[in-house]
Design a protein. Structure first.
Length: 135
């Protein structure tokens, strides 16, 4: 049976969500401008952080952390070099592949996809680091 540290997952999820909030706060003007190019003028391009959205984001990130915890254990990730390699390949294989598909098939703005991909890269690094070291 694989031992999973649920407290590490929860702490990692909170840290990752806080990072994302700061990341998007700092890039807010660019994100709004890029969303406006895709949406009609009638649609609101801003994202408002409501309590429900925050709870959903914490749950989503906790689930991501749970999946990553199993991957970290099964792969035996124990050093920072391994953390970086695993986080990079997970990032490249999942969010990047999905965002490229959106850009090509749905005409999603490439710069907006790059912003989201940057968030995912750091989020994965945060979670994999915490899960590898906090056993």
């Amino acid at each position: 049976m694989i031992q999973i540290n649920y407290l590490a997952i929860a702490v990692g999820a909170v840290i990752a969500v806080l990072f994302s909030a700061l990341y998007y706060f700092l890039l807010n003007k660019q994100v709004i401008a890029l969303r406006a190019t895709k949406l009609s003028k009638k649609e609101d391009v801003r994202t408002v952080a409501t309590p429900n959205k925050i709870i959903i984001e914490l749950v989503r990130t906790f689930v991501l952390g749970l999946v990553l915890a199993y991957a970290v254990r099964l792969l035996g990730v124990a050093t920072f070099d391994q953390v970086v390699v695993v986080a990079f390949w997970l990032w490249l294989g999942f969010p990047v592949v999905l965002f490229v598909g959106q850009v090509i098939n749905e005409h999603f703005p490439g710069r907006l996809a790059a912003i989201h991909a940057g968030d995912w890269l750091v989020k994965l690094l945060i979670l994999v680091t915490i899960l590898a070291y906090w056993r």
